[in-house]
Design a protein around this ligand. Structure first.
Ligand code: GLC
Length: 454
């Protein structure tokens, strides 16, 4: 059982103190309030970081902050087509923003990755925004907010941006490296799972929220046409279990034509089949990290797999297999802090080539196999969705033992997540919010319907 007497240093107050205001009204939360580290851009409100905090506020009936956030971040979305094509694409939403005070005026300054380290594109922002808008209307039943002309236009622009034809042959989204929670080079360019799962989820949210009217007709049709092939593609080509591993292991290369088995020309020497054949539990499986020509990235990425469960991108059976994998590979995927952002870490020459020798992303650190407590809420939600409360309880118990003492660390390092992250911030808002949300979900499982699909 979860010990409710653990010495929690009032995380609610820390969350409250992280709130930022715009014209005296609460609008979002800063990424971190670590008094001992230079803020860089952690004093900004990140769209992805605000999601767990927003869900906590919704559960607690503090709906205004979420509404205000949705309305004002929508205003930051790129609305016009730029003639010089030097601006970000129409529909894109910023990674983060801050409130600038100028004499008596205030305005929001957005970062579309044009200031961020590595100039990474925040592809996931608009997808998380859709996730939150749907959660808001489900929680408040204020469907009229999503039905305003401004919101409908915003959703349409996001859909147009995602669904427009580009240089690509797959139903998935082609994106640059670092376009999501992992916002540094980590060899996840192409068709990374995290973006695909969020994309699938966003399509499902848009399906619910877009009105059936002549203005939306084309986009409604386009998104309906995309959902099925996207789901089929991911459930089939990204799925890895012992049965699939056996098939891939015996793949023939150089097959040409429409009905070949090895469509992506995967050479089994390129995947760690010996390790995988030992590691994969008999009743387990998961969605791999990426797929492209002669490329199957077999790393386990937690966020993508958990969102795939919540959005019902994977079947019931696959969802259970993913949860079995987490349960059976507990030491690898959870260890001393739920949970690993990805497993295993890139090492040696892979680390050099795929991260660009990034010292922050050394093996088993930060994005490269670090443990991120923010992922706890997703693990808890996915476990509860499939009636596995024991996974959720155990994970919360582990987190509760360390997070308050470690002052709500951003991430942990080491193969088993036992070290406080080398450059991790303390008082990281989404660590606090993710923990509070995980506990709230245990007591308010009806809220699961705001963030999941059947
Ligand atoms: C790091 C994380 C990113 C997060 C940001 C602010 O850059 O990789 O996902 O949004 O910190 O917390």
């Amino acid at each position: 059982m979860v010990n409710s007497d653990s010495p929690i240093k009032d995380p609610w107050q820390i969350l409250e103190e992280s709130i930022i205001y715009y014209y005296d009204r609460p609008l979002g939360t800063v990424a971190a309030c670590d008094p001992n580290t230079a803020p860089l851009n952690y004093d900004q409100c990140f769209i992805r970081d605000f999601v767990p905090a927003a869900l906590v506020f919704l559960i607690k009936g503090k709906t205004d902050i979420v509404r205000y956030f949705l309305v004002h971040t929508l205003k930051l979305q790129i609305k016009e087509r730029q003639l010089d094509f030097l601006e970000p694409g129409r529909g894109l939403m910023p990674a983060s923003f801050k409130v600038i005070h100028e004499e008596r005026e205030q305005y929001l300054k957005a970062d579309f990755g044009d200031h961020a380290i590595g100039r990474v594109t925040p592809v996931d922002s608009c997808l998380w925004w859709m996730f939150l808008l749907r959660a808001y209307v489900k929680a408040t039943e204020e469907y009229s907010l999503a039905h305003t002309p401004e919101m409908q236009k915003g959703i349409r622009l996001i859909m147009e941006l995602c669904l427009s034809a580009r240089f690509d042959m797959y139903p998935t989204l082609l994106v640059p490296d670092g376009a999501c929670m992992i916002d540094r080079r980590m060899g996840i360019n192409g068709h990374p799972l995290e973006i695909q799962a969020l994309f699938y989820n966003a399509l499902r949210c848009a399906q619910e929220l877009l009105l059936d009217n002549p203005e939306n007709e084309k986009i409604n049709q386009a998104l309906n046409n995309r959902l099925t092939p996207l789901g089929v593609h991911l459930r089939h080509h990204y799925w890895l279990d012992l049965e699939r591993l056996n098939i891939i292991y015996r793949y023939k290369g150089e097959e040409y034509g429409e009905n070949v088995l090895n469509q992506f020309n995967i050479y089994s020497d390129s995947i760690p089949y010996a390790d995988l054949s030992e590691w994969l539990p008999a009743n387990g499986g998961y969605l791999v990290g990426n797929l492209g020509p002669s490329q199957l990235d077999c790393r386990f990425f937690s966020l993508g797999n958990l969102v795939a469960i919540l959005s019902a991108l994977v079947t019931q059976k696959q969802a259970e297999a993913i949860l079995n994998t987490i349960e059976k590979k507990w030491n690898d995927l959870i260890g001393f802090m739920p949970m690993k952002i990805c497993f295993p870490a890139l090492k040696d020459r892979d680390w050099q080539l795929l991260t660009g020798c990034d010292p922050k992303n050394r093996p088993w650190s930060y994005h490269n196999g670090g443990n991120w407590p923010v992922l706890l809420w997703l693990l808890v939600a996915a476990s509860l969705k499939h009636n596995r409360p024991e996974i959720a309880e155990k994970a919360i118990e582990i987190a509760a033992q360390r997070l308050p003492q470690d002052e709500w660390t951003e991430y942990y390092d080491g193969k088993n997540g036992r070290l406080v992250g080398k450059e991790a911030r303390k008082y990281q808002t989404w660590t606090i919010a993710g923990f509070l949300l995980a506990r709230e979900l245990m007591d308010n499982s009806q809220c699961l319907s705001w963030i999941s699909h059947n």
